[in-house]
Design a protein around this ligand. Structure first.
Ligand code: IFM
Length: 453
């Protein structure tokens, strides 16, 4: 372990993250209705191997053992997402007591074990019924997420004090509605931009509802941010860098944290949409004061001249001889320093949590153990980046490894293992990998250092 634990404050949150569709399974139980991911995954050719989240890692039934495992590892915080179609099966109207009861039990057990629950409202599983009415490109969907927020915040808000509205709205909007590689699989660029706006509007409305239902809540949003760099130094790609950075990063950061869309990006998208879905007053609704920004960081984007996220213009390539994960993503801890420095430079002051960071590798259980030295060095090196930024004065308050368990990696099915705990998908047996032990030791060393002072 080379991370300097003295760089992390006593109240630093050490956690792991998951999301509902990726782990829960039980898609037809206790009144849950299909989400867009159930529908999408069942369509031939959408997901590698035709795999779905119907069973996933059966967390809906194994949640209690999973919480025990977190407790054994000494984790301080658990970021999970709520399945909207479990809690409000029609996507509007009344809540579903049986679905809410699952999260009630989970939260109670987490608190019993001294693990702080962090709830994400939306991690991509839109009730399919709302997609049938138009999905995120339709403004009503933003109103619906606000109502769903009230239902779940009133149910859990006496115990859950950390709330994240959206996870990675870029993915929901552009992978879901432009490239179509995620649910609902539409390839309509204009609709994808409208979707991104309504997601952010839904975020703003949800923040309002959370403040009303849980006055002492800490509320934020999670964005997937990337450093964007040119494929070479010729200067020919600088405009591509500006455009991709604009669409992937600033399109979300600016309205949420500064109250307006970047003008250059509005000009870029003018041939695709007139943006008439942005109504007077929307920027104010979106830019609600937040308690923190959640950042998910995985890799850098290397960009050649070209234009639309999700197309081959955005390249995940090792141009600098960097090693890659099993997802083919550059391993680039310096990129995390770059992302954090940018947020610090352009968007401070805002407290930051790393709400996801991790990597897929081809792990194997041999004699009951998983030696994932590659994941340990990934986590170590990215935590070093965070330590560096903290030493430079940045207010980074927590780290959530992605993910607790191997799980359903969306269009990649089950092939990509991101967990610090291995799951045998046949038997559902959980085996903590070496990285889980390493992370646990780090957390315990941090605690011991605090007690010693
Ligand atoms: O598995 C995903 C997660 O759902 C959102 N952030 C990125 C992870 C790895 O691709």
């Amino acid at each position: 372990m080379t991370v300097d634990i003295s760089a992390f404050p006593d109240d630093f949150s050490w956690g792991v993250a998951t999301s509902a569709y990726q782990i829960e399974g039980a898609v037809g139980e206790d009144g849950r209705t299909p989400s867009i991911w159930d529908t999408f995954a069942e369509q031939p050719g959408r997901v590698i191997g035709g795999e779905t989240g119907a069973i996933a890692v059966d967390h809906y039934h194994r949640w209690s053992d999973d919480v025990d495992l977190m407790s054994e590892l000494g984790l301080g915080a658990y970021r999970f997402s709520i399945a909207w179609p479990r809690v409000q099966p029609d996507g509007q109207g009344s809540g579903n007591a049986a679905g809410i009861a699952f999260y009630d039990r989970l939260v109670d057990r987490l608190l019993e074990k001294g693990i702080t629950p962090w709830a994400t409202l939306y991690h991509w599983d839109l009730p399919d019924t709302l997609e049938q009415s138009g999905g995120w490109p339709v403004r009503d969907t933003a109103e619906h997420i606000a109502d769903y927020t009230t239902i779940i915040a009133e149910a859990l808000g006496d115990r859950v004090k950390h709330w994240i509205t959206l996870n990675e709205p870029w993915c929901a909007a552009y992978l879901g509605y432009a490239s179509g590689i995620h649910a609902p699989g539409r390839t309509e660029p204009a609709a994808s931009v409208a979707a991104s706006h309504h997601l952010m509007l839904g975020h703003g409305l949800a923040v309002d509802r959370l403040r009303a239902a849980v006055p002492d809540a800490q509320v934020g949003v999670t964005l997937n941010l990337y450093p964007v760099s040119p494929v070479d130094d010729s200067g020919r790609h600088d405009d591509a860098v500006r455009r991709i950075d604009g669409l992937m990063n600033r399109w979300f950061l600016d309205p949420i944290l500064k109250g307006s869309y970047p003008k250059d990006v509005l000009a870029d998208i003018a041939p695709v949409t007139d943006a008439s879905f942005i109504l007077d007053g929307d920027p104010e609704l979106i830019a609600q004061p937040l308690d923190f920004l959640g950042i998910n960081y995985y890799t850098r984007h290397v960009v050649g001249a070209g234009l639309w996220p999700g197309s081959s213009d955005v390249r995940f390539e090792s141009e600098n001889g960097l090693e890659r994960t099993a997802s083919g993503w550059d391993i680039d801890p310096q990129g995390l320093v770059d992302v954090l420095s940018r947020v610090q430079r352009d968007y401070a002051p805002i407290p930051v949590y790393l709400t996801e960071n991790g990597a897929a590798f081809d792990d194997e259980v041999v004699d009951g153990v998983v030696h994932d030295a590659d994941r340990i060095s990934f986590l170590n090196d990215h935590l070093e980046s965070i330590a560096t930024m903290r030493q430079q004065g940045m207010d980074i308050r927590g780290y959530f490894a992605w993910s607790l368990l191997d799980n359903y990696e969306w269009a990649e099915g089950y092939a990509k293992r991101f967990g610090i705990v291995h799951v045998d998908y046949e038997t559902q047996v959980r085996t903590p990998k070496d990285s889980a032990r390493w992370y646990s030791d780090l957390i315990r060393a941090h605690r011991a250092a605090i007690l010693a002072t």
